[in-house]
Design a protein. Structure first.
Length: 153
């Protein structure tokens, strides 16, 4: 039995999010107006939010797909793990960029034992820790292939 073809307007919000990412990518392409600006902390915060939202979507899709289609569910679970790794690297890059309010590496380091200095650090770290709990609950250390999932590097 085959599933019916989805209507043309299926998943409009997901399509809109994808279009937004494509538009942003085009906006970062060098043009006659000069080179694009490097990433800053607010930019990486928004990108991390996008990655963790897709991470949650893949988690749910893997859970619902695995029972009827085990091979496809395993592939979605693998994508879930790889997306976590990407979000983890964006989180690490966020902390390597200078803060507009503080100077030095010590002030911008993520420390899970205390609250960060405020937005956007507070939001990205809380989001990252929440996603980390999900990935640790659903994967094994071997699945992560020695990729660190700790907030503090």
């Amino acid at each position: 039995m085959t599933s019916p073809t989805p209507p043309a307007d299926a998943h409009p919000y997901l399509r809109a999010a994808s279009a937004g990412v494509r538009h942003h990518t085009r906006a970062l392409t060098p043009s006659d107006t000069g080179p694009p600006q490097p990433a800053d902390r607010p930019h990486l915060d928004v990108l991390h939010a996008h990655l963790t939202a897709v991470h949650q979507l893949l988690d749910r899709l893997a859970e619902t797909t695995r029972p009827p289609h085990p091979a496809a569910g395993r592939r979605l679970a693998a994508a879930h793990t790889h997306l976590w790794q990407a979000a983890s690297e964006v989180h690490a890059a966020f902390h390597l960029l200078p803060s507009s309010t503080t100077a030095g590496t010590e002030a911008s380091t993520c420390r899970p034992e205390r609250l960060p200095e405020g937005p956007p650090v507070l939001t990205i770290c809380q989001r990252h820790l929440a996603a980390g709990h999900v990935i640790r609950r659903k994967t094994t250390p071997t699945d992560l292939r020695a990729h660190t999932t700790a907030c503090a590097r």
